[in-house]
Structures are given as C-alpha cells and as structure tokens.
Design a protein around this ligand. Structure first.
Ligand SMILES: [Fe+2]
Ligand SMILES: [Fe+2]
Length: 260
C-alpha cells in the first residue's frame, strides 16, 4: 500500500500576536510525521503556508517543513507566489503558478496551484490546466492519479469558505471525464476535515493545522471569530491499496501543553 500524509493551512505567523502558536502546532505535526515508524510515500502541504506571505514567515516555514519523507507543497490564498518560490523553495522569484508532481510506479501525485494573485478565491490558471493535462497524458491509463490543491472546487455548506472556493471548476471536471484513472481530489482551505465528491470522484478535504472552522450548526463565538482555536491540529492520511482503492484517515496530533 501507499500512504500519503496531507498537512494543510499551517498559516505560519512570526508576529507577536500569534505568540508562536502556528509554529508550535506545525512543529508538533511535522515531528509526529517524522517520528512515525513507517516511511511515507509522500507528505503534501496544501497551501496557506504563510499567513501574510512575508520573507520571515517563509523562512520559518522552510525550517519547519522539513521531512525525512518526500515533501511537496502548493500555495493557498494567503501565499504569494514570488515570495513562496524565493523564501520557501529557494528558487528564483516568479509569479508563475507553483505546480509540483511526484511520479512513482504505484501512483502519480499532482499538486496544482489554485491561488489567484491578490484574491482569496481559487481558480486553476490556464497554464496549470495545461500542465495537468500534459502530466495526465504522460501517465499510463492504469496508474492511479491523485490531484491535490488548496481550494475545494465545490461548496461544503460552510458559507464563508464556499464564497472563496475554487471557481471555473467545469474545466477541471471536463479534464477529469477524460481520465478515469483520476482516483481522488485532495484539498485544504476549509480548516475542517470533510469528504464529498467532485466530477464523480472522491474529494477529501484536510483539516487545518492552525485552527478548525466552526460549522454553521455549531455555536458561533462572534462573526469575526469563525474558528475553534482550542481543537488540536490534525492531518489526513490517504492510503491507496494495490487495487488503487483509496481510504482516508483523519488524525489529530497533540501539541505540548505549554506551546498551544
Ligand atoms: Fe487557511
Ligand atoms: Fe485558504
């Protein structure tokens, strides 16, 4: 079997207001993954890596998001492509979409940039769709493909997040219809674990590391505080068996009491 861990929405914030909270939570999650007595096939970090996209946030994230497992990242709406490339990835700054893939003989993993510069909602740029289409064309039709990105392409019955979801999703649905080996979509952004479907395939939404969204039928503390800060960070484990069937587990990760 193949096991892929998904970490999302770490929102690294090096400012005084955060009090080291985002760093402590991210460190707890990465320590947990790095200490597993099992070699993961990949760790993916699906966006909102820096809270304000500053160089210091990305440099802190770069130190934290190190792994003994293969690690891939994509940006979210809080990220900024040029700073992401320069200070997180150590590449020349560029505003081109940040797309990454990992190909193994058991699966292909595509991390697509759904960020729209200056906006909170998501959309796959034409060049990202072309990149994904070429990757799919190069993949044997029997090999399972997992497509990950930050913004879910469907509403999740979470009004705030639904207003800034991934739009123009019909283009991705059309591409998906041509590739039956697309096994599932993996998203973040919602800060709450969820399972639904998109284009006839499973869509798994990872929990947030930094906070957990208050669902509309839960008590609302105030309109400006639409998250739980007291629930632990969590990760998703996507497990693919030899037949290509996917199972997802959502796992909370404890944070040392002095660092929450
Ligand atoms: Fe987020
Ligand atoms: Fe987001």
């Amino acid at each position: 079997m193949s096991v892929i861990a998904q970490v999302s929405d770490v929102h690294i914030d090096t400012g005084a207001d955060d009090g080291g909270r985002s760093v402590a939570r991210t460190r707890a999650v990465m320590d947990y993954l790095n200490d597993l007595p099992y070699d993961l096939d990949a760790v993916i970090v699906t966006g909102d890596i820096a809270d304000h996209a500053t160089p210091s946030e990305y440099e802190a994230a770069r130190g934290l998001l190190t792994s003994r497992h293969p690690l891939l990242t994509c940006p979210g709406n809080h990220d900024e492509r040029a700073a992401f490339r320069e200070h997180l990835l150590g590449e020349a700054p560029s505003t081109a979409p940040v797309n990454h893939s990992r190909t193994t003989d058991r699966f292909v993993l595509a991390l697509c940039d759904t960020s729209v510069p200056g906006e909170d909602h998501g959309r796959l740029a034409d060049e990202t769709l072309a990149w994904l289409s070429a990757l799919l064309a190069d993949t044997p039709p029997t090999r399972p493909v997992l497509i990950a990105f930050h913004h879910p392409p469907v509403p999740l019955h979470t009004p705030y997040v639904d207003g800034i979801r991934q739009f123009d999703e019909d283009r991705l649905a059309d591409l998906t219809a041509r590739h039956p080996n697309i096994t599932a979509f993996l998203a973040g952004h919602a800060h709450t674990p969820a399972a639904t479907t998109f284009a006839g395939r499973p869509l798994l939404v990872a929990p947030g590391v930094v906070s957990t969204l208050r669902l509309p039928w839960e008590p609302q503390s105030s309109p400006s505080h639409h998250v739980h800060n007291d629930l632990p960070p969590a990760v998703a484990f996507h497990v693919m068996d030899t037949s290509g069937r996917l199972t997802t587990h959502f796992r909370p990760v404890p944070v040392p009491a002095t660092e929450r």
